[in-house]
Write a protein that binds this ligand. Sequence first.
Ligand code: NAD
Ligand code: TYD
Length: 334
Amino acid sequence: MKIVVTGGAGFIGSNFIGYILGEHPDWEVTNLDKLTYAGNLENLKDVHDDPRYRFVRGDIADRDLVGRLLAEGCDVVINFAAESHVDRSIMDASPFIHTNVVGTQVLLEAARHHGIRKFVQVSTDEVYGSIAQGSFTEESPLCANSPYSASKASADLLCLAYWRTYGVPVSITRCSNNFGPYQFPEKLIPLVISNAIENRPIPVYGDGLNVRDWIYVQDHCCALEAVVERGTPGEVYNIGSGQEKTNLELIHTLLGLLGKPGDLIEFVADRPGHDRRYALDAGRIGRELGWAPGHPFEEAMAATVEWYLQNEAWWRRIKSGEYAEYYERMYLHR
Ligand code: NAD
Ligand code: TYD
């Protein structure tokens, strides 16, 4: 099977490519990635020389490029490419509209013209907004609160419209907060781990009691594989682990694993429009596709902390701002 993965140089996309090439000897992957600040080819060093893997640098909103790639013959498109950080979307929403909305529409249009067999849109639980009690099902109304989640919700609606109007076989996944190797250290977990290792303060927004459902990235990849293989067109699948933690609980767990003191925590101004709690009912993907998370939270979190301890050079390069130069040297001019 030939798949085009977009955004495969980011956190989840790179984990997915590694996972899928390991599981499926007969799958071929083309990774289309613009290499924004969040894209890092070092995440793919283990597959770089695999003959079943190819990297193409480009923008998913580039109609000509996307058209040319899909014209080469491709069975499945899986769209990870996105601007993904809520805080950045609050500072400037424009790139979020360009990539998350326009880029998705360009991909859908190309998928339509080239008769792609399956299109998987990697979305987020954030499209439902915040919930005080209970959990969101796939039928819950969209109520996005940040420019990031609004752009992802817009993309979801476009995907469903392309299914209903043109029959483009789109399945949408809405996953909770991921953690694991290669997550860009602007997101909470790698930020906490790396700041703690450096004995730097850990900024906690507001009262630190916001709740997220945390899933190990490998479990997300496995769920996406199930949707690629067995997902129904036009269907939405929530993906979550049910591991709800307040930010403070999570941070104390991480500090405990690292043997660092709680006084590194520094309460800072809250994020504007900060969603209080995300919670998903992920029953459908279990019932219909037979998926369940396979990694116990404590083990996965310990493995994640260990990864950041063992791979200090990876995040230090990013945090020190040397990454761009390194990347040019390592990959672009070979
Ligand atoms: P990330 O920011 O780590 O990676 C995004 C990747 O997309 C980068 O490699 C970047 O270079 C690439 N990209 C950005 N704009 C592009 C464009 N115009 N054309 C081509 N490539 C482009 O993000 P992530 O955390 O890996 O998230 C991947 C997807 O999963 C996103 O769609 C996100 O909305 C979704 N998601 C993330 C989480 C999470 O917890 N991280 C949870 C649920 C859903
Ligand atoms: P984040 O990793 O940005 O994911 P999202 O906002 O998409 O859920 O943040 C997770 C939670 O941690 C969220 O409630 C915001 C909070 N947070 C902090 O308290 N401090 C920080 O420095 C960051 C980045 C996030």
